[in-house]
Design a protein around this ligand. Structure first.
Ligand code: 4AD
Ligand code: MG
Length: 429
């Protein structure tokens, strides 16, 4: 019977064959332990010389790391094994022999691993991170589908910028100038006016010269946009969504979180509602703790971490000064110097995972903002139409997938949370 490691529990006591690779091995004179992986999981194959005979035992001892194999054996339950099962090997067939696999079980430096990212993905830790990433994506679709959102795909090649012009990737679009999307938001606002509640999930690009553990040049964002929803309504959706994805990972990725040695007690706590503080309160908190920050300045990573440390759940910081936020955010009706926005800061030093706001829905104010931000009306004419034809209160937000995966997995750097990271100085592999 041909099966996979993930399905192997259905065949206890039976003989099965799996296509797999050799991740690692150790052996003595009479017994060999093969660490096998097939993409769906990891399992130990035990080869006993007295049972398989001289020839298969010799072959088993000589298999090189990452050689591909067909292994046949009997499935046994084993409480000590991470997967819960072990394979008593009966025979081994080598499909392809790998020679000198560069990533050996010893420690390697980060740059070396990054140069071999195409192979590094096979390791147990990286495998676990990719599975958690997949679960967060799956849970995202489940959550928004259940809430009646429609998935909409904004363009990646655009003629306009959503998040300011300083970090745009420029390219030629035949004879015109074009940019890689920084955010699908403006298009999602148009889609919300057509479909009510919408969400997107796609790659976004920022030519940011930032070399931090939180910044990627290419990252994936989930961007919901909701007609007839104000700032408050949006915060509720955000906290429910983040709780939902964290609880889904806890439920469905137990083996992966164990492989990552993630302290899950901190994640179990992530249940809505989340605490909220205003930007004003955050500045006061920081000043009290001796940080040098004045009202009107944006927060850096150390500020976000200091604030997050005061809470045991993600925390919303609301009502930032309009000056330091994007042009489309709606001013507070009683305090026009601040906007109806919030950043969601993850616990444990992972920083901002969501940025969102209620949007301006008044044509005159929008035009004024275009002036103030020196944005040309040529490429935004279509966007102003949204204020002209049946404008409504609406809100939305963007969740950075990689920062969220990094937090849930407890990775040190966001580079491990995407299959092939694009970083400052890295376009290979
Ligand atoms: O705060 P940002 O820039 O917000 C927007 O782009 C809005 N237009 C979203 C919206 O309202 N539809 O980015 C949103 C999130 C951040 O909170 C962060 O999680 C992530 O995207 N992000 C990055 N992740 C990795 N690398 C980068 N360089 C990132 N820049 C933003
Ligand atoms: Mg932001």
């Amino acid at each position: 019977m041909k099966t996979t490691i993930a399905e192997i529990g259905k065949y206890v006591g039976q003989s099965v064959t799996i296509g797999c690779w050799l991740a690692n091995k150790r052996s003595s004179g009479k017994i060999a332990f093969l660490q096998l992986r097939d993409g769906t999981g990891f399992i130990q194959g035990v080869v006993v010389k007295a049972e398989v005979g001289e020839e298969i035992f010799k072959l088993s001892k000589e298999i090189t790391q990452e050689s591909s194999l067909f292994v046949t054996g009997v499935v046994r339950e084993d409480d000590r094994a991470p997967s819960g099962y072990e394979l008593t090997v009966k025979s081994v067939e080598i499909i392809h022999e790998a020679k000198d696999y560069p990533i050996t079980p010893k420690e390697h430096g980060t740059e070396f691993l990054m140069d071999h990212r195409h192979l590094w993905l096979r390791s147990k830790r990286q495998h676990a991170v990719m599975k958690v990433r997949n679960e967060i994506i799956r849970a995202t679709y489940e959550f928004f589908n259940e809430q009646g959102f429609v998935k909409v795909d904004p363009p990646i090649l655009t003629g306009s910028s959503a998040e300011g012009t300083t970090n745009l990737f420029h390219t030629k679009y035949f004879d015109e100038d074009a940019f890689l999307s920084q955010s699908g938001q403006l298009y999602m606002e148009a889609a919300a006016m057509a479909l009510g509640k919408v969400f997107s999930f796609g790659p976004t690009f920022r030519a940011e010269k930032s070399k931090t553990r939180r910044h990627l040049i290419e990252f994936w964002m989930i961007e919901p946009e909701m007609a007839f929803m104000d700032h408050e309504d949006s915060l509720k959706i955000q906290e429910e969504y983040v709780s939902f994805i964290v609880q889904s990972v806890l439920r469905n990725c137990k083996q992966e979180l164990a492989a990552l040695e993630r302290d899950t007690t901190k994640l179990e706590n992530v249940i809505a509602p989340f605490p909220r503080i205003t930007y004003d309160e955050a500045v006061e908190m920081l000043q009290k703790d001796g940080h040098e920050i004045e009202w009107g300045e944006d927060f850096g990573a150390p500020h976000e971490t200091a604030i997050a440390e005061k809470f045991d759940k993600p925390v919303f910081i609301t009502h930032y000064p309009a000056e330091i936020k994007a042009f489309y955010m709606k001013p507070h009706p009683d305090r026009p110097e601040v906007v109806l926005c919030a950043d969601l800061i993850a616990p444990e030093g992972y920083g901002e995972i969501i940025g969102g706001s209620q949007r301006i829905d008044d044509e005159e104010l929008m035009k004024q903002r275009f002036d103030e931000h020196n944005l040309s009306l040529d490429s935004y004419q279509w966007y102003l139409d949204l204020q002209k034809y049946g404008s409504v209160p609406h809100s939305g937000f963007g969740l950075g997938l990689e920062r969220t995966v990094g937090w849930v997995c407890g990775t040190e750097h966001v580079r491990e949370t995407i299959p092939f990271p694009r970083l400052l100085n890295r376009l290979y592999p």
